[in-house]
Design a protein around this ligand. Sequence first.
Ligand code: GAL
Length: 380
Amino acid sequence: MRHILLLLVCLLYAGLTPSVADNGPEPIRSGEIWPDNNGVHINAHGGGILYHKGRYYWYGENKCDTTSSAMVGIMCYSSDNLTDWKNEGVALPVTDDEGSDIVRGCVMERPKVIYNGRNRTFVMWFHLELKGKGYSAARAACAVSKSPTGPFRYVGSLRPNAGRLPFDMTDAQKAVLDTLRAENYAEWWTPQWYDAIEKGLFVKRDLPGGQMSRDMQLFVDDDGKAYHIYSSEDNLTLHIAELSDDYLSHTGRYVRLAPAGHNEAPAIFKKDGVYWLITSGCTGWAPNKARMFSAKSIWGPWTSHPSPCRGPKEEITFGGQGTYVLKIHGREDAFIFMADIWRPEKPSDARYIWLPIQFRDGVPFIEWMDSWTLDFFDRR
Ligand code: GAL
């Protein structure tokens, strides 16, 4: 009897004790294992986040233990507090159809999803490489869904803006481009070659079939216009391209950013009318120093800034490579820089860096924190 009473007291006490969640937000620990609702490390790498009707949806690459190729597809997780994530399953699965772009064993990287209110459609774009072709295809692929968690329907892939030159190219620049002959620049990395790249040698090379598109980002501006930002020209130059009103195609309007500057991993946000773009250099899975650019118009001109990273390993982006800047819904100027710590020897073990973006004199900086909670943004 005494035991039963003791048990009842314990149960009552447990019922009255506040749960961990009631003690305030869970900390974010960059670089650590991040368990989902099943206790399994979140598998959504090179990801991005969409806020829709009170919930955040995190889309990313499913990585397995032995290869970085896509064996499963694009994952979706959801959360209402940005720390507890529910595995919503595979939003866009690979297929077993050898005739499909997205056959198991292809490369599906850096998926981003935006919502088109006009036709109530979730639109995903990602970087696609064809199975068995290394990184030579350099294509952008699109999929759509009526629900944020999918399943997404694969639409197709392309190299953007075939037949189009950047809309801001002057007649004088076009005349110079006309004179550039590929056969004169057979040797890469020479000063003359760099000069020709800057002037658009590879834009011209890829004019008929469309521009190469690898690491990528999507951005929806305040007016609902969407932009696709991608590493083009053999990763030498970023392109910023306008998407059509349904977000399913490119309008042909685009500009080049930092020609011959070797930028990858573009992550963009807008604050007080200024666009900030954080990028990486090009060293594959190995981390390098972040770069930053700003502009008053998405079309530029873009100004270069020093890396925003501060703290241990700031010279290699804390060991990571950017993937997205998340604007927190309903909070003034609250942005999170998201990056991946790649683990090419065991891709599924790749880790996440999430750090708050801070501002000094209006210029963003990102300070390493072992652990922080979202109420950081209330204490500023
Ligand atoms: C990185 C890129 C990743 C992946 C990798 C392959 O530079 O950011 O998304 O493509 O190269 O080596």
